[in-house]
Ligand binder design. Sequence first.
Ligand code: GDP
Ligand code: MN
Ligand code: MN
Ligand code: MN
Length: 249
Amino acid sequence: MQLRPVSGLPEIRPGDDLASLLAERIDPGPDSVLCLASTVLSKAEGRFAALEEFPAGPRAREIAARLEERTGEEKDPRFAQAVLEESTELLMESPFLLTETRFGHICVNAGIDRSNTGGEDLLLLPKHPSESAARLSEALSVPVIVTDTCGRPFRHGQRGVAIGWAGMPASRDWRGEHDRDGRELGVTVENVIDELAAAANLVAGEGDGGVPAVLVEGFEFGGMAGSDEHFREVEDDYVRQALRGWSHE
Ligand code: GDP
Ligand code: MN
Ligand code: MN
Ligand code: MN
């Protein structure tokens, strides 16, 4: 498997035709997957915002005040308001905002970016990453994964995760396959889109490198069954249930 950075893409602006810009620069084969940083999808979709578009309500002011107290850093209540408006559930509000976005992704600050925002205050995540991925996948005849850089619990640092995908299953199901001792695997469902997203994010980098797209070549899904389960529903997410328990204590 190889990862090829797609270079030479311009600064993306609202209304840009990402499919054409990408089509000029890639030649995907049957075992290719295109990984695209959500940042450029957001830019093409015009998801820029100014803080003044989010006048803070009482809840956002309360959250920002508590965050300031806890972290000792200045917090803009309008940013808290933006996060609330992009979210359907607030899982933690201190010492950072952990929320669920409208499309089911749980992350800090609803994934709102304050870097690589094309000079605007904020860049919101794409509205429907999987729907956008589907349009690109159709136009380019290649599976597409939309990535974002994200932190994770229990470990330091961030890495790329998949927040949208199309043209391939999210996971491959190893259940029923065998290990080296002939034991049947009973549990393992491998989330392939997160794995590819992490690898692509490694190639894309986080700064001013200008590589928002990475073409994975020679990736073979194998004969395993596929599954499109990705974001957990709360009923089978015990960590989230525990967080709810805490916040209601
Ligand atoms: P995120 O992980 O989706 O939040 O995106 P990042 O801000 O980490 O950017 C990922 C990569 O895309 C980095 O190499 C950036 O330099 C690059 N990038 C971000 N915006 C643009 C853009 O408009 N045009 C180009 N060519 N590269 C960009
Ligand atoms: Mn981001
Ligand atoms: Mn990033
Ligand atoms: Mn193992």
